[in-house]
Write a protein that binds this ligand. Structure first.
Ligand code: RUQ
Ligand code: CUA
Length: 625
């Protein structure tokens, strides 16, 4: 174990080698972890409001969580995709999916802030998402739960009409040069459950592969009813063909309401825009977009190797791992070597598409990652182990136990054409006795393996934040020097910005009171405010005047029904406060910013509704004698 300790030890003052961007599952956040140390560097709120910094509570960030259902301050965040250029990491953005109220988020890797959230319409549960193509042309969002789609008449149908009325959707979301996300088109498919996916790469660039289960089309007791068939499907999508149909005008514009939320870096404000329509393609009528390939049995992971030739389907209930060959799939399509069709979609013959199978890998294969040296690593949920095997010979090379019941695996760069290799992290679903017990709920757990040699070596256990699903790690050198250290005050275009103390003021507009406030070590301006009345809504627009790294100020006021705000240097954040009683209420800075942080405070006086106390504000007034 002495050996293991030296492998994970990052000396005080030294940096980790990788940033690991880890999903938080049902906490709706991502965490940023250093590898190999396992140290948590940051929690980034994405789909969940976070009182710690006011995300989802400040007036500026509330629109980020707007949806067609209104404000939805929580989601179940499963998978991470890092942006790519030519099949390799480029360090620009991380994408993450919201599973429950279908959404995709883009996180800017220069600020580690959520920059954009796009809702996905006509989708019941966005699990197979946000996988990315090799030049970040598209990320995908596909439905876990098929549902009836369309207008009220099309959707108000009995649940037992699943076969006729329920549809899956696969959305291709284009990513602009500036990262802007847009639903380019949506494929409407037969009703099944899409689980996971990967884009093709290299020779298979232009294709996307999705695992599908519940091809039984069950709508009740899926545990039994969706486990009937011997084989479900991998769905192969030719998205270049879909693009061609779009160009030819074969798409159909359909009314659909969904929110598109963007954080604007000049104003430090998010704007939510309600979108009205989406372009759909019918892959049954329009041939050659999708094909099904039989895959044993309720496949979960669907992973493409770095060369782009092999597609690994991991059937949760299968006793083997099938590996498909892209070359053979193309040949089968050219030869029309189909065994039939499923709801009008051609089904390729299993044997024709198969490269081979990994025999007796273990029980409950879920996910596969690659090291770029010709090896694949598959997680085995039921037998709690990682199995390393050779992509060409399909021979099992090594096994390592996990503690316990491993879900996702992550090798730095594992889903790219050039994995960075070296480490593998197992994200385990069950923790039991690995840490000091903490009542009925135990933290989830990650385990770090050294994979540089022939044998995998477990070198570290560490707890995670939330329930980790997928994670993707990137060399620190690709992003550490691009970090924004503070926002330039002169570039701040917030409508309520206050660029110097001399400009701080309090303005009444009807029953709205706008406080143009500044913060700098160690006071607010103004720090005495009078003339606010019961029935008013007070907006504290706090601009942090600091122009220095790592000096946020916080702002909190007694009785606020929301949270604090944490204002980064050079930016403006707004806390809305509705006074609920007459009297004098203190506010203060929450983030220990200087030796006189405890002095960073102020008072606001609230008078009765009919009061004639005029608005006044000040800083540094001497005490009355
Ligand atoms: S899925 S294990 Cu979203 Cu495997 Cu998490
Ligand atoms: Cu500002 Cu503490």
């Amino acid at each position: 174990m002495g050996d293991a300790a030296s492998k994970v030890f990052v000396a005080p003052g030294k940096y980790d080698e990788f940033y690991d961007i880890v999903s938080g599952g049902f906490n709706g956040q991502i965490s940023v972890v250093g590898l190999p140390s396992g140290r948590v560097l940051r929690i980034v709120p994405v789909f969940s409001a976070q009182p710690e910094n006011g995300y989802g509570f400040s007036e500026e960030t509330k629109p980020m969580l707007n949806t067609s259902h209104g404000y939805v301050p929580w989601d179940d965040l499963h998978h991470i995709a890092l942006s790519q250029t030519k099949g390799e990491h480029d360090g620009r953005w991380a994408f993450a999916n919201g599973n429950n109220t279908p959404r995709i988020a883009r996180i800017d890797l220069t600020t580690f802030e959520t920059a954009e959230i796009l809702e996905i319409p006509n989708c019941g549960g966005n699990h197979s998402s946000p996988f990315i193509t090799e030049n970040s042309e598209y990320i995908v969002a596909s439905s876990r739960f098929s549902v009836p789609v369309g207008d009220d008449k099309a959707t108000d149908v009995p649940i037992n009409t699943y076969k006729e009325n329920f549809k899956g959707t696969v959305s291709f979301i284009s990513v602009g040069e500036d990262g802007n996300m847009k639903i380019a088109f949506q494929l409407v498919t037969p009703g099944v459950n899409f689980d996971l996916s990967r884009a093709g790469k290299g020779p298979s660039h232009g294709w996307f592969f999705f695992s599908c289960y519940n091809t039984e089309q069950a709508y009740s007791l899926l545990e039994v009813n969706a486990s009937q068939k011997d084989k479900d499907f991998i769905m192969a999508v030719n998205w270049k063909k879909a693009e061609q149909y779009i160009k030819e005008g074969k798409g159909k514009t359909v009314k659909s309401r969904y929110a598109h939320n963007k954080m604007h870096h000049d104003t430090h404000m998010a704007v939510s825009t309600m979108m009205e329509e989406v372009l759909q393609l019918d892959p049954i009528a329009l041939k050659d977009i999708i094909y099904f390939i039989p895959c044993p049995k309720s496949p979960h992971g669907c992973d493409v190797d770095p060369s782009g030739e092999y597609i690994v389907g991991s059937g949760k209930l299968a006793a083997l791992i099938p590996v498909f060959s892209f070359t053979k799939i193309m040949k089968a399509i050219a030869d029309k070597d189909f065994e039939g069709d499923f709801s009008g979609i051609p089904v390729i013959r299993y044997e024709t598409a198969l490269h081979g199978v990994v025999e007796k890998p273990g029980l409950g294969p879920l996910h596969t990652e690659f090291d770029g040296k010709g090896n694949a690593y598959t997680s085995m949920f039921v037998s709690s182990e990682i199995v390393k095997w050779d992509l060409k010979t399909l021979q099992v090379l090594d096994r390592a136990p996990t503690y316990y019941s491993v879900g996702h695996l992550s090798i730095p760069g594992g889903p790219t054409a050039k994995p960075h290799g070296k480490y593998l992290v197992a994200y385990n679903k069950i923790t039991k006795d690995r840490y000091l017990p903490t009542g009925p709920e135990l933290c989830q757990s990650a385990q770090l393996y050294d994979i540089s040699g022939d044998k995998m070596q477990l070198i570290l256990d560490f707890p995670t934040i939330g329930e980790p699903h997928y994670a993707e790690a990137i060399p620190a050198s690709m992003i550490k020097d691009k970090q924004v250290k503070f926002f330039k005050l002169e570039e701040n275009k917030h409508p309520y910005v206050t660029k110097g103390e001399a400009d701080s003021k309090v303005v009444r507009e009807g029953n709205k009171v706008h406080v143009y406030m500044t913060s700098i070590r160690s006071h607010f301006s103004p720090d005495n405010i009078e003339g606010v009345k019961m029935g008013d809504e007070v907006y504290f627009h706090v601009t942090n005047l600091e122009q220095d790294w790592d000096v946020p100020h916080g702002f909190a006021i007694k009785g606020a029904n929301n949270a604090e705000i944490l204002i980064m240097p050079g930016s403006t954040q707004t806390l809305k406060w509705i006074p609920d009683h007459v009297g004098v209420t203190p506010f203060y800075c929450t983030d220990f910013c200087s030796a006189l942080h405890q002095e960073m405070q102020g008072y606001i006086r609230v008078s009765p509704t009919n009061s004639t106390v005029p608005i006044s504000f000040s800083l540094g007034m001497p005490s009355k004698k």
